[in-house]
Ligand binder design. Structure first.
Ligand code: SF4
Length: 369
């Protein structure tokens, strides 16, 4: 991890000294494992960008480890990904969408990652047998799109990405191939690879939409190189959406997020989801209470023009994707299912009494919905 210095000459050091945000601390490998502390890695281009952006005091929390990771309660599979895995490395939670976990590696590791159970590790939740995945897709004509995620798919070789497409493009019932990536923040020059451009061309020639879902949490993450790569890709017909995570100390104010979304809009990226932070073990200190989250969402919308108001404030819960709508004068949080396994529940508004400090559906008392 960050500037680790062994304190023992054993092959597996008894402890290493790690630079945390709050200071150095000696920790053992067992401690790191027991607390599921995410591996440390930051690209030099991202480090330079966040320093030069003038926002280092906020953005350091995205990639630098903190003592808080040892204390934050939660679990490691908040969305029930295990339960929705139909083939190793492939999930099918909502009828129309397949989710392919292409890798467990990323260019840099976000400290708040909700897949910290797999990222930076050798996980068995990654797609290995693409043929088996293709056979599953063939049997599910209701599936209209596949999201290729991970980890970050763009850490893979371009050749491996082409192999993945070999197994997806033949299906006429798939009308879009989507990639979830933070690479445009962490290593934007990756997209200067001409073979990667050919990848998107293949998707278009198969008469499908090529979509990249970027992951900018803060305007300070948008570099000139990222803007250049996005321009290149848009010129090739790639559609762009952005998702952000609402993160304590990083972007938990409406000015920052409105500026981020306006920047996305200007680059041709449609702000799509603002995710409520999940109660992830070792990362729940990033969560913002729902009351404050709703104030921020409203504050963002007050700063955006009509055509920029394209984001939804979303809780990606075990039961489905829930849009968080309002905290009423009656003290209840109003929500509606944006996605649910049960189509009958989609679009239905429901409410729960708000408890001060609540950050997640499970923190709100059940009953009298
Ligand atoms: S880039 Fe995505 S998958 Fe990788 S650590 Fe960050 S949030 Fe997790």
């Amino acid at each position: 991890m960050n500037a680790a210095r062994p304190t023992s000459s054993d092959r597996r050091p008894a402890s290493v000294v790690i630079n945390f945000i709050e200071g150095t601390r000696a920790v053992t490998a067992d401690e790191l494992e027991a607390h599921s502390v995410t591996r440390y890695r930051v690209t030099s281009s991202y480090r330079d960008q966040i320093i030069n952006s003038g926002y280092y005091d906020q953005l350091k929390f995205i990639v630098e480890p903190s003592f808080e990771e040892f204390e934050s309660p939660g679990n490691l599979d908040t969305s029930g990904e295990h339960d929705n895995t139909v083939v190793p490395g492939f999930q099918h939670k909502y009828a129309q969408t397949g989710l392919l976990l292409a890798t467990d590696h990323c260019a840099s590791y976000c400290r708040y990652c909700f897949r910290k159970r797999i990222v930076g590790k050798d996980s068995d939740e990654i797609a290995v047998d693409l043929g088996e995945i293709a056979r599953y897709i063939r049997g599910h004509p209701e599936m209209t799109n596949v999201l290729v995620s991970g980890g970050d798919p763009f850490v893979l070789s371009t050749r491996r990405l082409h192999e993945i497409l070999d197994h997806l493009l033949p299906f006429r019932h798939l009308n879009s191939i989507r990639f979830g990536t933070k690479m445009l923040a962490y290593a934007p020059k990756r997209f200067e690879d001409p073979d990667l451009m050919a990848l998107f061309q293949r998707i278009h020639e198969a008469r499908k939409a090529a979509v990249i879902v970027t992951h900018f949490d803060h305007i300070g993450e948008v570099s000139a190189d990222a803007e250049g790569s996005i321009r290149l890709l848009r010129a090739r017909g790639v559609l762009f959406l952005n998702q952000s995570v609402l993160l304590a100390k990083v972007n938990d104010d409406p000015e920052t997020l409105a500026a981020t979304f306006i920047k996305c809009h200007q680059m041709g990226i449609r702000p799509y989801y603002l995710f409520q932070g999940r109660p992830v073990k070792g990362a729940s200190h990033f969560q913002v209470p729902l009351r404050r989250g709703l104030e921020i969402a409203r504050g963002i919308n007050q700063r955006l023009s009509g055509i920029e108001k394209t984001f939804k404030y979303i809780m990606s819960h075990y039961t489905g994707k829930i849009e968080i709508l309002d905290l009423g004068a009656d003290g209840r949080v109003y929500m509606r299912y944006h996605q649910n396994k049960d189509p009958e529940k989609i679009g239905k508004i429901f409410s729960r009494p708000y408890l001060e400090g609540a950050c997640w559906l499970d923190d709100l008392p059940e009953g009298s919905d």
